[in-house]
Write a new protein. Structure first.
Length: 296
């Protein structure tokens, strides 16, 4: 099956970026969210991103206009998904919400349509279980910012057809992404490896082994990481890390999967990371950052 029409569910941080990557690749895209306000915000962020590329001379305004013409919006799920060949769900990481949406998609989408979830940690097999097309459900975990980051983890739930995986790979590659296969296990590849790193780094800060800044410097210079674990946690967002670790722990009950208490305390203090300028570092209006003294 050749994919021409893609529907993206959710116009937030991930959804609008996925939609941008899709229209840039020449797909016809419908961007859906529950309110027109959410949809409009997503479209505005796409326009802003393209505007920056025009300013840098990487695109012409004519190219942007032609690309944006491929994007439509909707606030009615049936209308958004009825013509889709490939649906990418990018709603909040709530397993019951995702099951509900996939059950609805199963009813309104074409029989041959493939349904993909952008979940970063939740079991895709459980999401697929809400449908009658388990062979046509797959995980496509894009990374933030989705319009820029190359990696997509293609998650293979139990019962998925090989053709579904092949089509998901083809869609990702057409978007300029690099897809990798992973079984449907908690955390998949990246978050399974990052989780313990985030937790250990937080524990070292908590117990005073080293400062966040020194941990980041050590991992950049000693392990060749482009960002240290505390910087990376700030970028990912403490709320997202909490959600991910709690979801993995609920599935595995492994002590090593438990969220470090420092992240909960930081969230209680209103520190989310880069998204609100307050994490292991304070992010200043001039674009610089300075280490945050956590314990006074």
């Amino acid at each position: 099956m050749e994919v021409k029409n893609i529907t993206v569910l959710g116009a937030g941080t991930m959804g609008h970026g996925i939609a941008q990557a899709a229209i840039a690749a020449g797909f016809n895209v419908v961007l859906y969210d529950v309110t027109q306000e959410f949809v409009d915000k997503g479209v505005a962020r796409i326009r802003k991103s393209f505007a920056k590329r025009v300013e840098k001379g990487k695109l012409t305004q004519e190219q942007v206009d032609a690309t944006m013409a491929l994007l439509k919006t909707a606030t009615d799920l049936k209308e958004a998904a009825k013509d889709a060949d490939f649906v990418i769900e990018a709603v909040p990481e709530d397993i019951e919400l995702k099951k509900k949406i996939f059950a609805e998609l199963d009813k309104v989408c074409k029989a041959e349509a493939i349904l993909a979830s952008n979940t970063s940690v939740l079991p895709v097999t459980a999401i697929a279980g809400a449908t009658e097309r388990k062979d046509k459900v797959v995980g496509t975990h894009f990374f933030n910012p989705a319009a820029v980051m190359k990696l997509v983890e293609v998650v293979m739930p139990i019962g998925v057809a090989p053709e579904t995986i092949e089509i998901a790979f083809a869609v990702c590659k057409k978007m300029g992404k690099v897809p990798v296969k992973t079984k449907d296990t908690p955390g998949f590849i990246v978050n399974r490896l990052l989780g313990p790193l985030y937790m250990d780094a937080a524990q070292m800060v908590l117990e005073g082994t080293a400062t966040a800044e020194d941990i980041d410097t050590a991992m950049k210079l000693g392990a060749g990481h482009p960002m240290g674990p505390c910087e990376l946690a700030d970028f990912g967002g403490f709320d997202v890390i909490q959600m991910a670790q709690d979801a993995v722990f609920a599935y595995t009950h492994s002590e090593s999967s438990k969220l470090n208490i420092l992240y909960r305390k930081m969230l209680e203090a209103g520190r989310l990371g880069v998204k609100n300028g307050k994490g292991f570092y304070d992010y200043l209006p001039d674009g610089t950052k300075k280490p945050f003294k956590i314990f006074g």
